[in-house]
Each structure stands twice: as structure tokens, then as C-alpha cells.
Write a new protein. Structure first.
Length: 222
């Protein structure tokens, strides 16, 4: 159900987005796995995690372990050859930025990719997982705490506080079960081409078109 009072572009706001299958059209870890010939194996685990059938942190640990020994140069190949922004992503981001909004990217994926999008799209905040690399090889480990569902929610709340933006003026967009806590916490939670459980629990489900559709639900300045 759409909230009675949705965020407005006439006041400062905060847009938080998931990366894989939201900002971009693929799951980065699945594309990395393709270079080892195990994309189908990892994709199946990813899909189950996004449906909420598996613990996200445990499933990510399992999937990253399967990448042990992969040449780290593959990450750049994935970025250049496999990743495309979702239709409407740049329109959505540039439009809210033009109205003074802040934009954050929170992902259960990896800093290699979120750092690139932060620079490319002039994002204000990113948070994701750090792949452990030794001698230019993936070790199969992650450095530090895993960015899970609760971490995404905390980051949204913390950044809203840092930028002095009321939660009513926040928007969270995601597609998987690990996005639900931040979708619930935001002033407007949006399921974008999402798994059924996310569509059921979000304020709005967008199943057709690109990310620019989000703009239809933000009040424009009068």
C-alpha cells in the first residue's frame, strides 16, 4: 500500500538502492563464477538467497569460497563485459540529484563494483563487501563484516541522520529478501522487478519498465 504521504522532490531526500539486479541488470557474483565454469551452481544459491530461503551471510560465504584461486583481473573483465546499468537508472539518479537529494548504493556484492559506480554516478554513499585478494588471486574470503539485510537497514538510517533527512523523505529500492529491512524502514519502500516475497511486503512493486518509473511516485515541486 502506497503511504498517504510519499517523499517529495521539493525537499531534501535520500535514495538508497541495491546494486545487483536493481541498479544493474545482473548478479556480479554469478558473472564472476562464469569465468570458473560454475555460474549455474552459484546462480542457484544466489536465487535461493534472494528468495529468502537461505541465510544471506552464510550463502555469500559459501559462494565466495567457490571462487578461491580466481585471478583478480577477472573482476575488471566482468565490469567491462558483463555489467549494464538497468534502464532508467541514470535518469532516476540524475533527477533526484538535481533536486538536492543524496543517493546511496548498498550491496551484498563487492566494493570493486560499487566503487566504480560511486565515481561514475557521483553517489554520496556506498557500502558492500571486500573480497580478500592475495598475490592477485581471490582467496575465497571476505574482509570484515558481511553487508547483510540488517546492515543495509542500519546504513539507511545512519545516512539519513548524517544528512539530516527525515525518514519520511527516504526511498529504498531492492529486489531480494535481503533488501526487505531497508525497504520497511524507508519512507517509501519499492520492490523493483523483485522476488514475490519482496513485492508482497513493499509499499510499491514496479514490475514493468525501468528505474525511471520510481519518479512517478515522488511528488514534484509545485
Amino acid at each position: 500500500m502506497i503511504p498517504t504521504q510519499t517523499p517529495t522532490l521539493s525537499e531534501p531526500g535520500l535514495l538508497f538502492m541495491d546494486m545487483d539486479s536493481t541498479l544493474i541488470q545482473c548478479e556480479c557474483i554469478d558473472e564472476i563464477a562464469a569465468f570458473l565454469g560454475i555460474k549455474a551452481q552459484i546462480s542457484e544459491i544466489t536465487e535461493r538467497a534472494m528468495r529468502g530461503e537461505l541465510d544471506f551471510a552464510a550463502s555469500l560465504t559459501e559462494r565466495v569460497q567457490l571462487l578461491t584461486g580466481l585471478d583478480a583481473d577477472v573482476l575488471e573483465k566482468v565490469y567491462q563485459e558483463c555489467i549494464e546499468l538497468t534502464d532508467g537508472a541514470e535518469i532516476l539518479i540524475s533527477t533526484v540529484q538535481a533536486h538536492g537529494w543524496k543517493v546511496g548504493l548498498v550491496s551484498g556484492g563487492f566494493t570493486y563494483f560499487t566503487d566504480k559506480f560511486q565515481a561514475r554516478l557521483n553517489l554520496d554513499f556506498t557500502r558492500s563487501n571486500v573480497l580478500e585478494i592475495h598475490d592477485n588471486k581471490l582467496t575465497g574470503g571476505i574482509v570484515g563484516d558481511i553487508v547483510d539485510a540488517d546492515c543495509k537497514r542500519r546504513c539507511l538510517i545512519e545516512q539519513a541522520d548524517i544528512f539530516s533527512i527525515p525518514m519520511q523523505q527516504t526511498v529504498a529500492i531492492g529486489d531480494g529478501a535481503n533488501d526487505l529491512p531497508m525497504i520497511h524502514a524507508a519512507g517509501l519502500g519499492i520492490a523493483f522487478h523483485a522476488k514475490p516475497t519482496v513485492q508482497e511486503q513493499a509499499d510499491i512493486a514496479i514490475n514493468d519498465g525501468g528505474l525511471e518509473q520510481v519518479l512517478h511516485f515522488l511528488h514534484s515541486p509545485s
